[in-house]
Ligand binder design. Sequence first.
Ligand code: AMP
Length: 504
Amino acid sequence: MTFQALALIDPLLRTLNTLGYKQPTPVQKQAIPAVLAGRDVMAAAQTGTGKTAGFALPILQRLTMDGVTAPQCTRALVLVPTRELAEQVYESFRSYGGNLPLRSAVAYGGIDIAPQIAKLRKGLDVLVATPGRLIDLYDQGAINFELLQTLVLDEADRMLDLGFERDLDILLAALPKQRQTLLFSATFSDQIRKLAGGMLKDPVSIQVAAANTATKTVKQWLITTDKRRKPELFLHLLNKLGWAQALVFVKTRKGVDALVKTLHEHGVTADAIHGDKTQPARLRALERFKRKEVRLLVATDVAARGLDIEALPQVVNFDLPTVAEDYIHRIGRTGRAGMEGEAISLVCADEVDVLKAIETLTRQPIPRYVEPGFEADHRVPETSSGTSAAPARKGPAPNAAKRPSGAAPVAKAPAADKAAARPAGGSESLGVWTPPEKVAKPANRERERAPAAKPRGRGLGGATGGTPKGAIVVTGGRGAKSQARSDGRAAAKPGARKSKPGAR
Ligand code: AMP
């Protein structure tokens, strides 16, 4: 199928041609006609599936064909959970709409609100925003939703994970009831279904990958070790496997900084992205990584979505995430657009619960390996899902795999010859653990945001509230105040800010 067959207008087709998009991805095939027809959509689509173009292209087309904006209004609103995703989605709209006479803008916290207010003054066709900053803008009377015709909730599951439920309630109450609503989510929990049930009318359901199933094109492995040995093991793997570039996830901001310091001490170029970094510093780090000026980008889960990096073959989970769903988002940074990628996790004993949760969520065990010299003193217990299908393996020789106690018989090692052939691998490398040949080209994306349990002391009309339901701490180790700060929102005491009368 071609994009022409989806009845896209010429300026969009020309842009797609310039971008080299030859044919629509599965989510685009389904979403574009539905959105053009004005239908609501509920889509289970992971990052890397082309979902952004799936909603951006038809929205741009509808906005072009129908109506004009007015001062302080926006005709389409895309809500995203993090600043990085906001930038990325905005860039997509700008790129796809390059040949169209439409105005778009992006608004998120952590940067000056004045230019965002100035952009809104003239009126917009598309606004991409994070919920917190959008409420700030609304509180200040800078935006008017009268002309809003389409609302997109992108990465809705993440939005709830990050504690935006209350903000969403506030915003949804302020939007016109007559509108088109598109909800995209990588995973579909009961909570998301409830949210969808309350905001979608007779939606077209789209599912391009089994919900809660990790990207099929990503080869996943884990190596068990002790927590304290992780930095050493990481350096060992880096040298042995010769990763050209990798996105590395660490649980805490402190942990990110510590790993980057260790890497620098060993002469490895690495940058950090986490919630304590300013937005310009994060964007700079990302740009340097994209230009291949640094070998490793080390990030907290703030980076788990929203990053779109060409040809990223390697994700390393230095720590497993706190929340199982984040594993899917992390590994979704590689294996994009149908390319192969690889995700390796270093797992220690106290991560076994989240490992079990990940294997349950993805409905697949992650094959386990033991690297000689890095065996765990604190054994990582077998997970029931992992035991039968993913026995631990151990080098040096491909057939020298070692069964962990209680493990099922060892399965045939995958492509051991390829590991030996790897430039940095060496014959005694990870033994049976043999990464597939690197197939270049996935893209990647990431985004971050400060998690969770922050006080939501305001809202439209001066609403006050406590900790949002469903709030979770992703990066750990920080309180609500610093989290709020890293989102660029005031760490307001409940009720500290009053909305102006009439802001509603
Ligand atoms: P997304 O899932 O929206 O983050 O998109 C993932 C990546 O796929 C981005 O780098 C897009 O530029 C790219 N992409 C989206 N649609 C297509 C397409 N039809 N053909 C080729 N690449 C695409």
